[in-house]
Write a protein that binds this ligand. Structure first.
Ligand SMILES: Cc1ncc(COP(=O)(O)O)c(C=O)c1O
Length: 451
């Protein structure tokens, strides 16, 4: 029976196979197999999405027989590392992007109904976009490959009038510092980068984030002065370096910016953390912004994906630009399914624990006399300066790397020649991860004292 179906060369992943399984005529051929026919199913939980796009209502659950037929079933004895679960990243503090899809998340991906998203026919993406827009109190959303893409598309969509123009942002903002100069390249805009961190450290400002006052002070008016680049957008980041921008401050910022007819874009890659930490609905923040970018691949643990959220006309324009940038994708519902899984399971259930891990680390750092740079640490990211105990980040990283065990993965932290170090918590860290990290720091301090 298997021989009656043509072989499909070049299919190596479950995700790809799942994608292909939704296509005719392969789907029709597979449906002739009793083993596969028994796997055909309705997907009732995707009903809203199915109603809004013209795709088949019947999908195939990617089954073991089908996978075998496609030549992709992994032998039980050769489970690839990425399927072994979180053990490999259980002591990795470099970022919350290091998480691996859990077996349950992978199962959700494999079972996702998919279609061609450029045609608007991927029901899992349609469902995700609808859900994220609703969560954030907006009309529409656009599923994108990365946070950089959803930020830059959002900014470009706001700045479609063309130069001369400027964007006002915190000097540390990801959109300014870490997106490869995208604002200059895509929009030809000047960034007015406010030195929030320096001013806060010098005691020149109370709040450790961008404020309404910064907009009053630095936004360039569109007053006909030929020297200026009028400010057409304010970008905020929440959380920024793990710190929450309080809702009241965002509200004040929104009022001042809107009074100047300047929209507000939020890089909310980790807005999930702010929502959990403060018990504030995502939509409360969302409604105070004209557009928001959120990421599923940071603290939420999905392997890929972000969403740009905003009014329907805005998202329609952003979708057009996404295609121009080559970001239109096809059966990416396999990725949207991971994001859905993360929204259901990681967002509500796991983030508070990551904040607690960060708080525990902070307690130990204080006990040892290490300076905390982003004090108070609101969520899952700790910026420390171990030069306050005579160390460099490299000293700590070296002591951590020396903790070799047969029964546990090595500790990973970023090194560096200065004392500054960022330590990030994520939901796949082991219970004893912080203890191990602190013990390594104590050993590094002791070695310094002995030397
Ligand atoms: C606050 C923030 N925004 C945006 C991004 C960009 O996300 P991506 O790496 O998916 O492009 C990151 C990445 O870590 C981030 O930390």
């Amino acid at each position: 029976m298997m021989m009656s179906v043509p072989s499909v060369p070049g299919i190596r992943s479950l995700q790809l196979a799942s994608t292909l399984l939704t296509r005719s005529p392969l789907l029709d051929r597979l449906a002739q197999l009793p083993a596969c026919r028994s796997q055909l199913r309705q997907a009732p939980h995707y009903a809203p999405a199915l109603n809004s796009c013209t795709v088949k209502r019947t999908y195939i659950r990617t089954s073991a027989p089908a996978m075998t037929y496609l030549g992709t079933a992994a032998p039980a004895t050769a489970t690839p590392d990425h399927l072994k679960g979180p053990a490999a990243v259980a002591y990795d503090f470099r970022s919350d992007t290091v998480t691996v899809p859990s077996p349950d998340m992978l199962a959700a991906m494999v079972q996702a109904p998919v279609g061609d998203d450029v045609f608007g026919e991927d029901p899992t993406i349609v469902a995700l976009e609808h859900r994220v827009a609703t969560l954030l109190g907006h009309e529409a959303a656009l599923f994108c490959a990365s946070g950089t893409m959803s930020n830059q598309l959002g900014i470009r969509t706001h700045l479609r009038g063309g130069a001369p123009h400027s964007v006002l942002a915190d000097g540390r903002a990801h959109v300014h510092m870490w997106e490869a100069g995208g604002i200059a390249a895509h929009c030809g805009a000047k960034v007015i980068a406010v030195d929030v961190e320096g001013q806060h450290a010098r005691g020149e400002r109370a709040q450790p984030h961008l404020t309404a006052h910064d907009v009053e002070l630095h936004a360039v008016p569109d007053d006909g002065d030929a020297h200026g680049a009028p400010t057409r957008l304010v970008c905020v980041e929440n959380t920024l370096h793990g710190s929450v921008m309080p809702l009241a401050d965002l509200k004040a910022m929104n009022e001042v910016a809107h009074a100047r007819e300047i929209p507000v874009h939020m890089d909310g890659a980790r807005l999930w953390h702010a929502a959990i930490q403060t018990g504030t609905e995502l939509a409360e923040w969302g409604r105070l912004c004209d557009s928001i970018s959120v990421c599923f691949s940071k603290g939420l643990g999905a392997p890929v994906g972000s969403a740009l959220v905003g009014p329907a006309t805005f998202i329609k324009r952003a979708r057009h630009l996404r295609k121009m940038y080559g970001g239109g994708w096809r059966q990416a519902g396999v990725l949207a399914a991971a994001a859905m899984y993360a929204l259901d399971n990681v967002f509500p259930l796991q983030l508070a624990r990551t904040h607690k891990l960060a708080a525990t680390l902070v307690e130990h750092l204080r006990r040892l006399g290490v300076k905390i740079e982003n004090d108070p640490v609101d969520t899952n990211i700790v910026y420390a300066d171990v030069s306050s105990v005579g160390l460099t980040a490299n000293d700590w990283a070296k002591a951590a790397a020396e903790d070799v065990r047969d029964d546990a993965a090595p500790i990973h932290i970023f090194g560096g020649a200065t004392g500054q170090i960022r330590v990030v918590m994520h939901y796949q860290l082991a219970e004893d991860a912080v203890d191990r990290l602190v013990t390594a720091l104590e050993r590094a301090i002791a070695a310094k004292v002995d030397a």
